[in-house]
Design a protein around this ligand. Structure first.
Ligand SMILES: C[S@@+](CC[C@H](N)C(=O)[O-])C[C@H]1O[C@@H](n2cnc3c(N)ncnc32)[C@H](O)[C@@H]1O
Length: 280
C-alpha cells in the first residue's frame, strides 16, 4: 500500500476510534497517567511557555502541561484525526482548561512556523506514523533552541501481552495481523532503544535519554477487557467490528479463555512496557 493511502487509512481508523476513547477516557487515564506524568515531568514546562502535544488523542497528557504553563502559557493540542481533536476540545472544556488551542494536524507535516514552541510531547504516537523520522524532524523545526521533546512508544511484543494476546488468538483462527507490527506504522516499530536513538539524533537532537517504564493494564472483569479491545484498540478493534456477529461471539469466548492466565483476585492484570524518551 502506498504511504499516502496507508496514512489515510490510519486517519480513518482513529476517527472511528474517537467515540470509544471518549467513553473510556477516565479508565484510560487512570491506567496510563504515570506515563503521561513522566513525560511532562521530564519536559519540565515553565509558566508562560508554549507546549505542543502531537497525536494527542483525548489530550490528557497535554492537559497536565497546560496546568503548569499557567494563564500566560499555552498548550497546542493536535491530532490528525479530527474526531479525536473534538474529544480533546470537549474534554478540556469539562476540565476547565482555558489556555489550550486545538488543531487538526498531521505530525509528519506540521502546519506551524519554525521555532514556535518551548516543548513537544507525544505519548504513543510516533510508532504509529508511517514516517516517524519526518515527524521527529518536524518537532526539531518547530522547537525553539534549547527546547525539549518527551515521547513514549511501546516496548517489544514479549513485554506487552495486553496487545499480543489477541493477535495470537486471531492468528490461531487463521486471521494473522495484516500489517507487520515491526514495519512502518506498526505497534512495535520503535520498541528497540538503539534504532530509536538513531532516529532521534538523525532528526537533529544531541542529547537523548531512554528509559523503559512498566505499565500494568488492569481490568475489573472480562467485559471491560472486551470493551477495551473492541472500542479502543485501533486496528484490532476495527478488524473485529467488521467480522460477522457469530464469528465475534466465538472470538470473544476464545479470548476470554486465553485471558484466564492474567486473572488476579481483583480482576485481570496484563503487564506492559513502554519506552520513554527525552531529547534535547
Ligand atoms: C494510541 S493513540 C494515543 C493518544 C494519546 N496521545 C494518548 O496517549 O492517550 C494514537 C493517536 O495518534 C494519532 N496519530 C496517528 N498518526 C498520526 C499522525 N501522523 N499525525 C498526528 N496524529 C497521529 C491518532 O489519531 C491517535 O489519536
Amino acid at each position: 500500500m502506498a504511504i499516502a493511502e496507508a496514512r489515510e487509512k490510519s486517519r480513518e481508523l482513529w476517527d472511528r476510534m474517537a467515540p470509544g476513547w471518549l467513553k473510556h477516557n477516565d479508565y484510560m487515564w487512570s491506567v496510563s497517567r504515570l506515563v503521561g506524568e513522566w513525560l511532562v515531568e521530564h519536559l519540565d514546562p515553565q509558566p508562560g511557555q508554549t507546549i505542543l502535544d502531537i497525536a494527542a488523542g483525548p489530550g490528557n497528557t497535554g492537559f497536565v502541561a497546560a496546568r503548569l504553563v499557567g494563564d500566560e502559557g499555552r498548550l497546542i493540542s493536535t491530532d490528525f484525526a479530527q474526531e479525536m481533536v473534538a474529544v480533546a476540545r470537549d474534554s478540556a472544556q469539562t476540565l476547565g482548561i482555558t489556555n489550550a488551542e486545538f488543531k487538526v494536524m498531521d505530525a509528519e507535516a506540521m502546519d506551524l512556523p519554525d521555532d514556535h514552541v518551548d516543548g513537544v510531547i507525544c505519548r504513543w504516537g510516533f510508532m504509529l506514523m508511517l514516517d516517524p523520522a519526518a515527524a521527529l524532524r518536524e518537532t526539531r523545526r518547530v522547537l525553539r533552541p534549547g527546547g525539549k521533546l518527551a515521547f513514549s512508544v511501546w516496548g517489544g511484543p514479549a513485554e506487552n501481552p495486553w496487545v499480543t494476546l489477541m493477535g495470537m488468538v486471531l492468528t490461531q483462527r487463521g486471521m494473522p495481523p495484516q500489517n507487520d507490527p515491526f514495519g512502518p506504522g506498526g505497534m512495535f516499530s520503535m520498541s528497540e532503544h538503539d534504532p530509536v536513538r538513531e532516529l532521534v539524533t538523525g532528526a537533529g537532537y544531541e542529547k537523548v535519554e531512554i528509559e523503559n517504564m512498566p505499565v500494568a493494564w488492569t481490568f475489573k472483569d472480562f467485559d471491560q477487557i472486551w470493551a477495551f479491545t473492541t472500542e479502543l484498540a485501533g486496528a484490532i478493534a476495527t478488524l473485529i467490528a467488521d467480522m460477522p456477529a457469530e464469528e465475534i461471539a466465538d472470538l470473544r469466548s476464545e479470548y476470554q479463555a486465553a485471558c484466564e492466565s492474567y486473572r488476579s483476585d481483583e480482576g485481570y492484570s496484563f503487564p506492559g512496557m513502554t519506552v520513554n524518551v527525552l531529547a534535547q
